[in-house]
Design a binder for this molecule. Structure first.
Ligand code: FAD
Ligand code: SF4
Ligand code: SF4
Ligand code: SF4
Length: 377
């Protein structure tokens, strides 16, 4: 049982796991495969640091964005291999050129999503692309704290609840944040790793090939692709893809995501990045650029502003836009995803097999999607 905050409010940010001086917190999977902390009472010294660091137990300080930008990388390859306009790569490149250590998330050899860090540009390429499941933070708040104490410069990209987990960790540890740039994503919520692993296993059996990498989207469309090294195993468009359909319906997100405290225009980070959906209605931006993907950047602090200004000198398109345009166009800058009947049915029927449960719950929805796609041809 989660004794640090209410289970349904726990985001799995792992700040408690990072701060425990006795290492007596483990992160365990609940019945939906969602990470929840568990305290080993026999080792606990009742210092209360885990409750103090938990972002759910104190008011959340947020920054009001100062400026919004539409941005894309003029490096065509970067843009093609990123999710929207490749702004994450722009930030990483600028950071590494200036001696920063960068934190991001990538799949390990078992296709488990984990945060890690690097100061090498080639290695940072593995962070490219949105991965639609929850990333395991590991001990990376502790790593950030250690580097900051050594006067190193850091940029950390993650979901808003992860950024707030990091903020609280550094606050409770009294570590100076001057050398840290935090970047959060506009966030639709995260499914558990258990669902994704189950779906990948199902596809591996179906296509009789072992997957070593997975991607979820190109700049315009949700297309789930599995690879063995660089060879494509399968490419499944949204109409046929159970996982993307379930993700977009908010059927798989953690309970905390449906009451997300961070789905607002005020932000916990220095810089916020997302897809610039609001710009799709602007006729002055040509369709080709829209197809290639346009990133939204919200600059939320002076530190964020100084850093983003440095990024714009090289090979980067950027244009200041109205804040209202960004906020009106991006639903998760206004509210969390909504509960619905699909989610209710899925959670009621789920016994550990994502694929068979989703097939049952989404049978009619998938059929309708297929018919619609067929008629469009
Ligand atoms: C789960 C999830 C939900 C999202 N929901 C929305 C949304 O509703 N609206 C919107 O506008 N944008 C959303 N995004 C952000 C969007 O998909 C793009 O990541 C963003 O536009 C930046 O694109 P890019 O081309 O610059 O970078 P990308 O190449 O996509 O780089 C993404 C960066 O985010 C990090 N990252 C990727 N996956 C995760 C993860 N699971 N957890 C933590 N960090 C991660 C990577 O380390 C990398 O630094 C979401 C992203 C994720 C991961
Ligand atoms: S009270 Fe202290 S020792 Fe016990 S679990 Fe929390 S942080 Fe660890
Ligand atoms: S600190 Fe994060 S992982 Fe720990 S209980 Fe709070 S929300 Fe959950
Ligand atoms: S929706 Fe909110 S709680 Fe869920 S992963 Fe995103 S920021 Fe965290």
């Amino acid at each position: 049982m989660n004794k640090i905050c209410k289970e349904e409010e726990c985001t799995g940010c792992m700040a408690c796991y990072n701060i425990c001086p006795k290492n007596c917190i483990t992160m365990e999977y609940n019945k939906y495969g969602e990470l929840q902390p568990k305290i080993d009472e026999s080792k606990c010294i009742h210092c209360n640091l885990c409750r103090k660091v938990c972002p759910n137990n104190s008011p959340i300080n947020k920054n009001t964005p100062v400026t919004a930008f539409a941005t894309w990388s003029k490096d065509e390859n970067d843009r093609k291999t990123s999710t929207s306009g490749a702004v994450a790569s722009i930030l990483y490149k600028e950071a590494i050129d200036n001696g920063y250590i960068v934190f991001g998330t990538s799949f390990d050899e078992n296709l488990i999503l984990k945060h890690s860090y690097t100061d090498n540009k080639e290695e940072a390429l593995k962070y490219k692309g949105s991965k639609y499941c929850q990333s395991d933070i590991g001990k990376n708040y502790e790593n950030v704290g250690r580097f900051l104490k050594e006067d190193k410069k850091i940029i950390f990209i993650g979901t808003p609840c992860q950024i707030q987990g990091l903020n609280k960790y550094l606050e409770v540890k009294n570590i100076d944040k001057e050398n840290l740039i935090t970047v959060d994503l506009v966030c639709h919520g995260v499914p558990s790793q258990q669902y994704l692993t189950n779906y990948i296993n199902y596809l591996e059996k179906k296509y009789k090939r072992k997957a070593t990498n997975v991607s979820f989207r190109d700049s315009e469309n949700y297309v789930l692709k599995l690879f063995n090294e660089n060879e494509l195993i399968c490419s499944i468009t949204k109409d046929r893809d159970l996982y993307a359909t379930a993700f977009l319906l908010a059927m798989l997100q953690r309970e905390s995501c449906l009451d997300c405290k961070y789905a607002t225009s005020n932000r916990v980070s220095d810089i916020t990045i997302g897809d610039f959906w609001g710009i799709q209605n602007d006729d002055k931006i040509n369709d080709e650029e829209k197809h290639k993907g346009i990133s939204l950047v919200l600059v939320n602090t002076q530190k964020g502003n100084d850093f983003f200004n440095k990024c714009t000198s090289n090979n980067v398109f950027y244009e200041e836009r109205k804040l209202e345009e960004a906020i009106n166009g991006s639903v998760h800058l206004r509210r969390p995803s909504k509960r619905n009947e699909f989610r209710k049915k899925f959670r009621k029927q789920y016994k550990g097999d994502f694929t068979s449960t989703a097939k049952k719950v989404l049978r009619i929805k998938m059929l309708k999607q297929l018919v619609r796609a067929y008629l469009k041809k």
